[in-house]
Design a protein around this ligand. Structure first.
Ligand code: NAP
Length: 341
């Protein structure tokens, strides 16, 4: 089978197409003939050797897929050959075949198109878990989503609305992305590159600040976010796309009753896989009836996985960039290169 392999840590040209053996499922796994996968920011971090759940080269990157089950292990009870699924595979996703644990594979509602299924697993499960399980969003609370034009960002903005948030504020890194965050449903959009963004957020919220802040950027953006987190607010740290860390002080939390929380879907898949089934049961209906949309910002065939990485890394992409793998098997359209936002 064909797969995209990171030959050594480094830039996108270290990602090359190679021939690998088709993997065999163990007793509790299924094998999936892949139709589509997606670029997650963690794939780029992994290629540089900077992802907390990363591997040593050579390795195939990728975290999520959609496709059809073509083999099952003896102990698999809830899934069958021929079933269409989304999954978080064991090991990789940029390949023609993957294996995945039964507990991390979920039937796709029929109404969900292939490219939406390819785009949705990581971003929809993560954004839904962040809002409902980690931040415990309550109705009418104000939510601030950093990097709101990106994959997780456009999904979290929509889900915040669907879950009954009051005002939704998005931040973006450039003027060009403002419209994308607004289209996703943000009432207000501010630039996180402006060090005065906390003042702007306080002005929007009549001085209170946001009740929930989803931060995947880290560094100074995380530190400044605390300046616009409301009393009893929850700041959830779940990524470091800036490549920086960031420091919080204990005294910023106690008297104001505010919390800083962390979450990783990767760690949760490994340590608490049973966490995912209820998330699937709750979030997939939003995709099935179209209330939650995937903003597809680009489609690349597997052979051009390196270009897909370059596109996301350049910060020009919006929404999700998907990688189409099997054009013979129903993938809507395989088109090389970016699509305009
Ligand atoms: N914890 C989890 O389980 C989990 C799961 C999925 C994703 N994540 C994290 O969530 C974030 C978003 O992931 P995604 O896959 O949806 O990616 P994405 O948002 O589509 O792309 C990353 C975005 O980060 C922003 N950014 C800010 N500073 C950056 C920098 N120095 N270099 C590059 N980008 C920068 C850019 O938006 P602007 O140009 O608007 O700043 C960029 O578009 C990532 O940090 C990722 O690691 C975490």
């Amino acid at each position: 089978m064909r797969a995209a392999v990171v030959e050594s840590f480094g830039p996108a040209d270290h990602l090359r197409i190679a021939e690998l053996a088709v993997p065999e499922p163990n007793d509790t796994q299924v094998r999936i003939r892949v139709q589509g996968t997606s670029v997650n920011f963690a794939d780029i971090k992994a290629r540089y050797g900077q992802y907390h759940g990363g591997k040593q080269p050579p390795f195939v990157p990728g975290l999520d897929v959609t496709g059809t089950i073509d083999a099952i292990g003896r102990g698999v009870q809830t899934l069958a050959v021929g079933q269409r699924v989304i999954a978080f595979p064991a090991g990789w996703s940029y390949a023609e075949y993957v294996i995945a644990d039964e507990r991390l594979s979920f039937p796709v509602p029929e109404s969900v198109p292939v490219d939406v299924a390819a785009a949705c697993p990581i971003v929809s499960f993560t954004a839904y878990a962040l809002l409902t399980r980690v931040a415990r969003l309550e109705r009418r609370e104000t939510v601030l989503v950093h990097a709101a034009a990106g994959g997780v960002g456009t999904t979290a903005v929509q889900l915040a609305r669907l879950l009954g948030a009051g005002a939704v504020i998005g931040t973006v890194g450039s003027e060009a992305k403002r419209a994308v965050a607004r289209e996703a449903g943000a009432d207000h959009v501010v630039l996180h590159s402006d060090p005065n963004f906390p003042e702007e957020v306080r002005a929007i919220t009549q001085g209170r600040g946001a009740d929930v802040i989803l931060d995947s950027i880290s560094g100074s953006v995380a530190e400044r976010s605390l300046q616009c987190l409301a009393m009893y607010g929850r700041l959830v740290h779940f990524g470091s796309s800036s490549g920086e860390s960031g420091t919080f002080e204990a005294r910023d939390l106690h008297a104001s009753c505010r919390s800083v929380l962390g979450f990783s879907l990767g760690t949760t898949r490994r340590e608490r896989p049973a966490f995912l089934a209820p998330i699937a049961a709750e979030v997939l209906p939003y995709l099935a009836d179209g209330r939650l949309e995937m903003r597809i910002g680009g489609r690349f065939p597997l052979d051009e996985a390196a270009d897909a990485h370059r596109f996301v890394e350049s910060r020009q992409s919006v929404g999700k960039v998907i990688i189409t793998v099997d054009s013979q098997d129903g993938v809507s359209e395989v088109r090389s290169g970016r699509q305009s936002p």
